[in-house]
Design a protein around this ligand. Structure first.
Ligand code: SAM
Length: 192
């Protein structure tokens, strides 16, 4: 089970994929209600809080990730969440961040369920900022901490985002947590 695997590494793992802070500031107001979906130990929430965003919630399916985040950054609002159905209201958020989450969900059906839930809780016209590893040819592999990863082709990622109006999309060079060269996609889209 992926949740157990995340729990088992939650105290020592450090995530590295960067959100596009500059574009985020251009598109997202400081008081926008923001959800970091799959927040881990709250790394991205913390960066945004330090920039002046004051209405951020992070959710994650791994209770141990949430425990670590709440311990090291008690000022953040991080909560444990169910797999594909959250407790939030329809249209509750103005902005949702998905950073390195779909990468860890190999099944297309499950990825689509996550996107469907995001569509439910994001306001019409709300912004999705997605940052995910990608690859020229589809790649599924087991990471050295035992979690199955899926690096998808950029056009396949775009395909599951068809309910969003693309605002910005860039492919950039980066590294995996193991220091392997990799590509990632940074995407901003507005819910149609
Ligand atoms: C690679 S980590 C990225 C964490 C964080 N977004 C960051 O970039 O620092 C992926 C996280 O997604 C969480 N996750 C996986 N599937 C999820 C789901 N369906 N709902 C919420 N969180 C999920 C995992 O528990 C893990 O903490």
């Amino acid at each position: 089970m992926q949740v157990e695997a995340w729990n088992s590494v939650a105290q020592q793992i450090n995530f590295n994929l960067e959100v596009d802070q500059l574009s985020f500031r251009q598109h997202v107001a400081f008081d926008s209600p923001i959800l970091d979906y799959g927040c881990g130990y709250g790394r991205v929430c913390k960066v945004l809080l330090e920039q002046g965003y004051n209405n951020i919630i992070g959710i994650d399916t791994s209770p141990e990730m949430i425990k670590r985040g709440n311990k090291i950054n008690p000022e953040l609002s991080l909560i444990e969440s169910n797999d594909t159905k959250t407790k939030f209201l329809n249209n509750q958020f103005g902005t949702i961040i998905l950073c390195a989450v779909l990468t860890c969900v190999p099944e297309l059906e499950k990825k689509e369920k996550i996107i469907a839930e995001i569509k439910r809780i994001l306001k019409p016209g709300g912004i999705l900022h997605l940052v995910e590893f990608c690859c020229d040819s589809d790649k599924t592999f087991k990471s050295n901490f035992g979690i199955t990863m899926h690096h998808q082709k950029p056009n396949e990622l775009i395909n599951i985002l068809k309910s969003f109006q693309k605002m910005k999309c860039e492919i950039f060079e980066t590294e995996t947590m193991n220091g392997q060269k990799a590509k990632a996609m940074s995407y901003f889209g507005r819910l149609k």
